[in-house]
Design a protein. Structure first.
Length: 207
């Protein structure tokens, strides 16, 4: 019974998280100029201070001059995260030489299990220009709120190992130009070629 209740709560949260994405997308627009959602003026600039592999601390200043695709998830995610990372890697391959000025930033909402080194090993499996970042609970919560990312970490059942718990999170890729301005938002159902076209256009605009 408890597991059924948890499943229903998790399903309800996923619906709410999707609704949060819809509300954010509604604040933006799909204009004739872009395939993705245009969020210019609707989201704050890229700003963070998080932990990377090899005991490094990264901020938005380390990405100055780079177009950045930011995705919030967690390394043990069974479906959304690996699918999204695979698509972002495909977009990077499609960009060819332009990809050298683009970074994928994967931010974990599960700092208890996702150490910086675990995250970097995870993203390295998808693309060499990907960076895995995390922080403490408060830092991640504050950053998620800044970009209207919804997530929830469920407590394990009594008697279960502490590292066995479910995480639910909203989905969407936040794209910042090389000046750190929020420009585009991609859903999980975007066409990869259309995604690539918008990235090429954005890179060309900000050269």
């Amino acid at each position: 019974m408890l597991r059924q209740i948890r499943h229903l709560l998790s399903r309800s949260f996923k619906i709410l998280a999707f609704s949060a994405f819809v509300v954010l997308a509604a604040c933006s627009e799909r204009s004739p100029d872009w395939h993705l959602y245009n969020v210019s003026g609707h989201l704050p600039d890229l700003a963070f201070k998080l932990q990377a592999a090899d005991q490094k601390t990264l901020t938005e200043k380390d990405l100055a001059g780079l177009t950045t695709m930011v995705f919030f998830g967690y390394a043990s995610c069974p479906d959304i995260c690996p699918t999204t990372m695979a698509q972002l890697s495909e977009v990077m391959e499609n960009l060819g030489d332009d990809a050298q000025n683009v970074r994928i930033v994967f931010i974990s909402v599960d700092p208890h299990r996702d150490t910086p080194d675990i995250l970097q090993a995870y993203v390295d499996a998808f693309n060499p220009n990907a960076i895995g970042l995390t922080g403490d609970e408060q830092t991640i919560a504050k950053l998620a709120k800044r970009y209207r990312v919804a997530y929830q970490i469920e407590k394990p059942n009594p008697g279960d190992p502490e590292d066995l718990y479910d995480v639910t999170h909203s989905q969407g890729v936040y794209i910042f130009d090389n000046r750190g301005k929020a420009r585009l938002l991609a859903s999980d159902s975007e066409d990869t070629e259309a995604f690539t076209q918008d990235m090429r256009k954005l890179i060309k605009q900000t050269r």
